[in-house]
Design a protein around this ligand. Structure first.
Ligand SMILES: [Mg+2]
Length: 259
C-alpha cells in the first residue's frame, strides 16, 4: 500500500459487502478508518448493491458524503443534518413500474420450485432480489433455470453471493458514481478520475475498476481475479474491513507526509 500514488485524491468510492464489512460485521477498526478519512477531508461514498433501507441508515449515521445503492439505481445525500434527498437514475415512478412488472413476472414463473424474494425486498426502491443462498438454498440447477427464465423476460440479472438481482435500466455502479461526481462534486469525468480512489472486492465491482484508474482491491479479491477483465492496481494484504483500514492508514500517512 505504501507505493500507491494516492497523490491529490480526495474522494473515495467504496464497495460495502466484504470490503467494509467482515463476515457481515462492520468492525471498529473499519468504522474508525472511515471517520479518520472523513476528518481528513476525504469525501467517502459507499457504492453498494444493498437496498434503499440499508442506504437510508448509512447516509443518516455514517460520516459519508453520499451513498449509491441497489447497484447504481440511486444515490442519496444529506442537504441538512436530518434531511436526506434521493436521486434516481431515471425517475422514481418509472423505476417503481419496472419493479412491479418484475415482481409480477417472478410470481408468475412456472418452474418446478417456487422462488422466494429476499427478506429485505420491502426495503428496495428499484431492484428485485430473489434469494437463492441467504435464507434459501437453491441448487445450482435451480439457480440457472431461474436466471435463464428471468433473462428470457428481457430483464437484467446479476448473481451476487446470496441473491439474483433483477432490474430494468442501463445503470451500474460506475455510471452512477460518475453522475455523483458531476452533480455533487461538480467534477467532469477526467477530473473525477484524477481525484478518486475506489476500493472493492468482487466481480460486481468491475465497472468501478474499469472507470477509476486508482482502484484498490482488498485481499479477498484474489480468488476472483482469474475471471475479472478489469483489475485493481494494488491489493491490500489484509482481507475485507481490515484491508480497508490498511488502505486508509497508507493514504492518510501519505497525506500527512505531503503536508
Ligand atoms: Mg462486495
Amino acid at each position: 500500500m505504501d507505493n500507491v500514488a494516492f497523490g491529490g485524491a480526495d474522494i473515495l468510492f467504496t464497495d460495502v459487502d466484504d470490503t467494509l464489512t467482515t463476515g457481515g460485521q462492520l468492525l471498529p477498526e473499519t468504522y474508525l478508518a472511515l471517520c479518520k478519512l472523513a476528518a481528513a477531508g476525504i469525501r467517502v461514498v459507499p457504492v453498494t448493491g444493498g437496498c434503499a433501507g440499508w442506504c437510508d441508515q448509512i447516509i443518516r449515521t455514517w460520516p459519508v458524503a453520499a451513498v449509491i445503492g441497489e447497484g447504481g439505481a440511486f444515490y442519496a445525500h444529506r442537504t441538512a443534518p436530518q434531511t436526506v434527498r434521493w436521486h434516481y437514475w431515471d425517475n422514481q415512478a418509472s423505476h417503481r413500474e419496472d419493479q412491479t412488472k418484475i415482481l409480477a413476472a417472478v410470481a408468475a414463473l412456472e418452474l418446478d420450485f417456487k422462488p422466494e424474494l429476499a427478506s429485505d425486498q420491502a426495503f428496495r426502491y428499484v431492484d428485485v432480489a430473489v434469494d437463492y443462498n441467504q435464507q434459501q438454498a437453491l441448487s445450482p440447477e435451480q439457480v440457472k433455470s431461474l436466471h435463464d427464465a428471468l433473462v428470457a423476460h428481457g430483464f437484467n440479472v446479476r448473481q451476487s453471493s446470496i441473491h439474483l438481482n433483477v432490474w430494468l435500466g442501463d445503470f451500474d455502479k460506475s455510471t452512477m458514481a460518475i453522475r455523483v461526481g458531476r452533480e455533487l462534486f461538480d467534477l467532469e469525468l477526467s477530473a473525477l478520475q484524477a481525484r478518486s480512489v475506489f476500493i472493492g472486492d468482487a466481480p460486481n465491482d468491475e465497472s468501478m475498476f474499469r472507470n477509476f484508474p486508482l482502484s484498490i482491491g482488498v485481499a479477498n479479491i484474489h480468488r476472483h481475479l482469474p475471471v475479472m477483465a478489469h483489475k485493481p492496481v494494488a491489493i491490500t494484504s489484509e482481507r475485507s474491513g481490515l484491508g480497508f483500514a490498511e488502505m486508509a492508514e497508507a493514504w492518510l500517512r501519505l497525506r500527512a507526509s505531503l503536508g
